[in-house]
Design a protein around this ligand. Structure first.
Ligand code: GDP
Length: 473
């Protein structure tokens, strides 16, 4: 069922001056309303998906601009309502005039995210997909783009919607049992119900686990560079930032800010922790054992341990490796000043980690000694390190194309609550608990799953989700 609500309008392109701006009108009567202000063909008589050149005039018949108007008839539009897109010249004055005329003619200025919200309410996509629209637009790395696109195309929400439907059928049966009160009837086959709940948990749990990786995709891999004073940390930082500095702009075409501690390598975003300390050369970081370094490592998902190849001994290196292993964080060992290290020294250092792995003869512990990556930060010879960093981020299975990744805290919350409720329900079945207890957990699971995909919504939920969109989306 398509609902056409009152017509709304907004600038769909980025604010600011551009060659062209697009103003969108959507809702009941959008086409006839625009037609009153347009001189050219009669827009109400044109087929859907056609573009028409003409002039946009004020109600007093003064020409405001030459425009190209595209007509989309319900239900074949983004919102599934009647939609008109007016392409005009990108002057702020013209945009303001056109919006003023449209509102005088009966359209209302759209609220943030209102076009997407209407598309959602008309069944264009589910709630997870609607949220993905915002993420696709905001995507600024290959990995975040991939994750958002997979969600936009249905991702995990389609599968969960289907499973939820099966669960609804079971809940109906369990509730029927309740109607029979004292009588000992069992309409819902417990083993089948249990099997279905296990299946749903099997889908949900990897999604919950993917959140950490999902967050990394969205916000960058928190990475820290540690090492003794004079290892070359600040030199490395500068070399990395000079080559791969993340330039972001929140409003395209306007401000371009340089984020000082982020960089992209092969489309993966890395967020460097505590770079301020590295820039200030008097503020050097001591051994890993020092509390402050420990704290930084705790915050990181990846540790770059940098050492000075000209002064570090195999024993120093073994001690650093032992401390890094103890931290439990993935790390890369980076030997700096390769330009000044003799081949013999380099060979000795390269071999030393293997001595350690031979000692650590723990059963099941594959002796994969960490390999030293040699760089020369001063000469910006750091490609070997960049290759390893991006490879490290990519081997994380959740970041690979195809697998569904949860990047949204709201989704995580509903998934976790569903999983808890199902775990309860399964435990209740195993304990032979009465149907009313099972029904209660099942209802919670249904509500949580429904809120995730948007089958169960409240005005508050919609307002909080779509309110975060920009106007015009
Ligand atoms: P930090 O204390 O770890 O931040 O180290 P710095 O980045 O301040 O570097 C310490 C010293 O090592 C400086 O004199 C750098 O010029 C020098 N240095 C850094 N990288 C290299 C390199 O690749 N080769 C050589 N020969 N010297 C380097």
């Amino acid at each position: 069922m398509i609902h056409q609500l009152e017509p709304i309008t907004a600038l769909a392109t980025a604010p600011g001056i551009g060659a062209i701006a697009v103003i969108r009108v959507s809702g009941e009567g959008a086409i006839s309303l625009t037609n009153k202000l347009f001189r050219g063909k009669d827009l109400t008589q044109q087929p859907s998906h056609t573009a028409h050149f003409g002039t946009f005039r004020s109600s007093a018949d003064a020409i405001i601009d030459e425009v190209l108007v595209t007509v989309f008839q319900s239900p074949k539009s983004f919102t599934k309502e009647d939609v008109v897109e007016i392409s005009c010249h990108g002057s702020e004055f013209i945009i303001r005039q056109i919006l003023t005329e449209l509102t005088s003619a009966g359209a209302r200025l759209a609220k943030p995210g209102e076009f997407t919200q209407r598309a959602f309410l008309n069944g264009q996509f589910d709630l997870v997909q609607a949220e993905a629209v915002a993420d696709v637009i905001a995507a600024d790395s290959a990995a975040s783009h991939r994750a958002a696109l997979s969600q936009l195309r249905g991702g995990f929400s389609k599968q969960l919607t289907e499973l939820r439907q099966q669960l609804i059928d079971f809940v109906a049966l369990v509730e029927l049992e309740l109607d029979f009160g004292e009588e000992d009837v069992e309409f819902a086959k417990r083993d089948q119900l249990r099997g279905l709940m296990q299946t749903i948990r099997g889908v949900i749990q990897p999604l919950i686990d993917s959140f950490t990786a999902g967050n990394v995709i969205k916000n960058g891999v928190p990475t820290v560079i540690v090492g003794k004073p004079n290892a070359g940390k600040s030199t490395l930082l500068n070399a990395l930032l000079n080559e791969e500095k993340a330039i972001v702009s929140d409003i395209p075409g306007t401000t371009r800010d340089v984020i000082e501690d982020e960089l992209f390598i092969d489309g993966v975003r890395f967020r460097l922790i505590d770079t301020a300390g590295l820039r200030d050369t008097t503020d050097t970081i001591e051994a890993i054992g020092v509390a402050r370094t420990r704290q930084q490592i705790d915050k990181a998902a990846l540790v770059v341990y940098l050492f000075d190849g000209t002064t570090t001994t195999p024993d120093d290196l073994l001690q650093a490796i032992a401390e890094l292993d103890e931290s439990g964080k993935p790390y890369v060992l980076v030997g700096n000043k390769a330009d000044a290290v003799s081949d013999a020294t380099r060979q000795t250092l390269d071999g030393s980690p293997y001595a350690l792995s031979a000692v650590a003869n723990v059963p099941g512990n594959v002796p994969t000694a960490p390999r030293i990556i040699w760089i020369s930060a001063k000469d910006a010879q750091i490609d070997a390190l960049k290759t390893v960093l991006s490879a490290r981020a990519r081997t994380d299975s959740a970041m690979q194309a195809g697998s569904s990744v949860v990047t949204n805290a709201r989704h995580l919350q509903h998934l976790t609550a569903t999983d808890d409720a199902l775990a309860h329900a399964i435990a209740a079945i195993d304990a032979g608990t009465s149907a009313d207890w099972i029904a209660m957990d099942l209802r919670i699971a249904l509500r949580e799953l429904g809120e995730l995909t948007g089958e169960v919504t409240t005005d508050d939920l919609l307002a909080s989700i779509f309110g975060r969109f920009c106007i015009g989306k």
